[in-house]
Design a protein around this ligand. Structure first.
Ligand SMILES: C[S@@+](CC[C@H](N)C(=O)[O-])C[C@H]1O[C@@H](n2cnc3c(N)ncnc32)[C@H](O)[C@@H]1O
Length: 314
């Protein structure tokens, strides 16, 4: 599609648009995202959607403003971007006026990557790039710079959030903003070892029923992610994405790089894995943990629970 700069009258004009639309905001974008109707109106559904998007944006906006000024401007990678509405809104509300900085959208579905590229070109959002790659592949891509300031992953499926964390660690991200999706991997392991664990520990009652297996797997996954981030030098805040009530997946994990790697977080992570009979996952899922701790951790729950857990319980 030929690049067309948007004429001035295609950005928000406070006199004729709903008050929720901010001055200078791209009307074309809001229509393309189906937030505004063709007539430039908001219905009840889209008003709620816009409120949600603003709510998430307000977290990211604060982080972007904290970044040190640089010639090339901030870099942000959005993993599992889907239709990239998050990236587009961030670009429109922050990067556009800033005049520098780049947003990268990583997405496996080629047709979504294509449509995002076309929309960015149509809107003249020149510093948005869309890569048809998995999150894991993107960590090796030469298109991306060595360092990325902010990593976002909004409902990136299953282990894509873990890949986004690995990406953020590799790219020395200053901030990571993660809203995890459903997570099946840990639940599958809990299910597999259920009988063994029920014999071993009363704790296994927490995931005996299939519904609890899924919920516990999901909860444990996010707890382990937080500990991993803390062990890698991030300060972690977990909060609720208010306004996302319609979704069960409204946990927002905000990680800020401090450089202080917490050994106790690494120890607790391993202790939890062993308590849940998941010690075998330690090296593959959390490879950046201190080698000494990983080497000392055993696949045998009994051995490991005694050695690791007791060393960290205050
Ligand atoms: C539930 S959608 C969320 C899309 C968007 N972030 C949002 O919140 O609207 C998850 C997206 O992640 C993509 N995805 C899943 N696994 C991925 C992976 N390993 N790497 C990159 N994208 C992935 C899917 O194709 C899908 O578009």
């Amino acid at each position: 599609m030929a690049k067309t700069k948007m004429p001035k009258n295609k950005t928000a004009d406070a006199d004729v648009l709903p008050p929720e639309v901010r001055p200078g905001q791209s009307i074309e974008l809001l229509k393309a995202l189906h937030i505004l109707t063709r007539e430039g109106k908001l219905n009840q559904d889209s008003r709620r959607k816009l409120k949600q998007v603003y709510h998430l944006f307000q977290f990211i906006d604060k982080l972007l403003q904290e970044l040190p000024t640089s010639e090339q401007g901030p870099t942000l990678a959005d993993h599992g971007a889907g239709k990239s509405y998050l990236g587009f809104i961030i670009y429109d509300l922050f990067f556009k006026a800033l005049g520098r900085g780049t947003i990268y959208g990583i997405e496996t579905r080629a047709e979504l990557v294509e449509s995002s590229r076309a929309l960015a070109e149509h809107l003249g959002f020149e510093r948005m790039q869309f890569l048809n790659l998995t999150v894991a592949q993107s960590a090796q891509s030469e298109v991306l710079p060595e360092r990325i300031d902010v990593v976002t992953a909004l409902h990136a499926c299953d282990t894509a959030t873990d890949d986004a964390i690995a990406f953020g660690l590799q790219k020395k991200a200053r901030f990571m903003v993660l809203v995890p999706c459903c997570q099946a991997e840990l639940a599958a392991h809990l299910r597999q070892n259920k009988a063994l664990n029920l014999n071993r520990t009363a704790l296994a009652e927490l995931w005996r029923h299939p519904l609890h297996t899924r919920e516990m797997g999901s909860q444990l996954t996010n707890v382990l992610r937080c500990l991993y981030l803390e062990a890698q030098g991030y300060q972690v805040t977990v909060t609720e994405l208010v306004g996302w009530e319609h979704s069960m997946k409204n946990e927002l994990i905000l990680a800020r790089h401090t450089g202080q790697k917490k050994r106790v977080a690494a120890e607790r992570l391993l202790a939890l894995l062993h308590e849940f009979g998941l010690g075998e996952l330690a090296a593959s899922r959390f490879p950046a943990l201190p080698a000494g701790l990983l080497a000392g951790s055993s696949d045998s729950p009994e051995v490991a629970t005694g050695s690791v857990a007791s060393s960290v319980i205050p």
